[in-house]
Design a protein around this ligand. Structure first.
Ligand SMILES: Nc1ncnc2c1ncn2[C@@H]1O[C@H](COP(=O)(O)OP(=O)(O)OP(=O)(O)O)[C@@H](O)[C@H]1O
Ligand SMILES: Cc1cn([C@H]2C[C@H](O)[C@@H](COP(=O)(O)O)O2)c(=O)[nH]c1=O
Length: 418
């Protein structure tokens, strides 16, 4: 085993491991100890029992490479692990320590599946993945974790052995330790830095940065009101913003801005770190446009920062809505260097009505749109994240009535708030 891999093991025993066996339930948490606990781990039977179990932990210093390799690894496992086997997301973390999360996968295989071992042997010989095997430890429900390392002749040896013991459910879900600057960027510099680090990895990031350098304006907001319309997909933002434009003679803008449209599908296909940085930068270009237009007249904006943050937080936080960071958390803050609007309105409709509207509309869908359509859990997390945004917070609008009534309601709200 390489020196680098061994140095990781120093902190290995202070880590808690979370196996996400079910997107709707708490992960199964376990920790490591040199001694087994007397009452073992009945709760682990579903994870370690009934087959062969392995965990894969991806360590790559460079965050862009790490993000790319994680997706590659997921793809490789999905292609190679037999269909009856299970691949679950896994993370290990040091409780309460920000950015300590190391992501990976947990594999539960059938007892006689040899293909998996072949794939894992290959991975053990790479320098980026630490592979562990879980084996019964004596009688009862005790389990042992064996850290595998490459040995001569293509064989594998056990570098370290620990007892698996139950761990306390942490106060904050591990995924929440990793939101700031991995999923949500709170300054232009932080988002720009991600794209700079991608310059040698794919050419579109260089082209995007050139465009950002040319398009970015940093003027202050003008004297006219700036109103942002937010909401889940198909809640009626486009319909309303068009009507507002016509009724108020306002200038209509959107985030991401039109000039980023040619790059959107490319960045939508990238890992979350890069994709979220793309959307974050889009807001800064839109901010420049808002500044210029609000000097001439009222401005309506179809999605802005709140969408970027709400979708990113909802995607990053695993499990259900209760796992979102609590109201008042720093993740719901507005970036200090981003132009603030005067009013943000959040359009809400029932899940059924929104689905009716999505289906009525047809057309091509983004990953989020498909997720929103299929996944009620994701929908509630996005909407709750919107509601928790602060300074400015969202004023809630019931967008279920017919379009002309929603417009009327919004015009009244604007009168009372501006
Ligand atoms: N108040 C309304 N009542 C009934 N149908 C509506 C209403 N507002 C919009 N719609 C219809 O719902 C569908 C989605 O509306 P729209 O495109 O305006 O939503 P959106 O929020 O802009 O969606 P997206 O964020 O995905 O672009 C459209 O077919 C539109 O005609
Ligand atoms: C602005 C923005 C958008 N998204 C996602 C959320 C939606 O599902 C799609 C579609 O947006 P559009 O209104 O049809 O352009 O994009 C996102 O994830 N982050 C963002 O900042």
């Amino acid at each position: 085993m390489t020196k680098r891999a061994l140095s990781r093991l120093n902190q290995w025993r202070s880590r808690v491991f979370a196996v996400e066996t079910d997107a709707h339930a708490e992960p199964i948490y376990f920790a490591l100890s040199s001694r087994p606990q007397p009452d073992g781990g009945h709760c682990f039977q579903g994870v370690f029992g009934g087959g062969k179990s392995y965990s894969l932990h991806l360590y790559v210093e460079d965050r862009i490479q790490r993000a790319m390799r994680f997706e590659e690894l997921r793809h490789k496992l999905t292609c190679c692990i037999p269909r009856d086997g299970k691949i679950w997301d896994l993370s290990s973390f040091r409780p309460g320590v920000r950015s300590s999360v190391v992501r990976g996968f947990f594999i539960r295989d059938l007892p006689a599946a040899w293909d998996t071992e072949k794939v894992l042997h290959e991975l053990i010989h790479s320098d980026h993945v630490t592979v562990c095997r879980y084996v019964p430890a004596g009688e009862g429900t005790r389990w042992r974790q064996e850290v595998l390392s490459p040995a001569g002749g293509g064989r594998v040896s056990v570098a370290e052995t620990c007892c698996v013991v139950p761990a306390e459910v942490p106060e904050n879900q591990p995924s929440t330790l990793d939101i700031v600057d991995s999923n949500v960027f709170y300054s232009f510099q932080e988002a720009y830095k991600v794209l700079t680090e991608c310059k040698d990895v794919f050419p579109e990031s260089k082209q995007l940065l050139d465009l950002v350098d040319r398009r970015l304006e940093t003027k202050a907001k003008g004297p006219f009101p700036v109103v942002v319309i937010e909401g889940l997909d198909a809640t009626g933002k486009t319909t309303l913003t068009q009507s507002l434009k016509e009724s108020l003679g306002a200038h209509l803008l959107r985030s991401p801005p039109q000039c980023l449209a040619p790059w959107r599908s490319c960045f939508d296909a990238k890992p979350p770190l890069i994709r979220r940085a793309f959307y974050a930068l889009g807001n800064y270009i839109t901010a420049g446009q808002i500044a210029a237009e609000s000097a001439r007249g009222p401005v309506i904006v179809d999605r802005y920062w709140h969408s970027t943050a709400a979708y990113a937080i909802a995607t990053a936080v695993r499990g259900d809505v209760n796992n979102l960071p609590l109201p008042g958390s720093e993740v719901y803050r507005w970036p200090g260097d981003l132009l603030r609007p005067d009013l943000v309105l959040l359009l809400t409709v029932s899940a059924e009505e929104r689905l009716r509207r999505i289906r009525g509309r047809g057309g091509e869908k983004t990953r989020e749109e498909m997720e929103l359509e299929a996944n009620n859990l994701f929908r509630s997390k996005v909407e709750e994240a919107y509601r928790r945004m602060e300074r400015p917070g969202c004023v809630i609008v019931d967008a279920s009535p017919p379009a002309d009534q929603v417009l009327e309601q919004v015009l009244l709200l604007m009168k009372s708030h501006l």
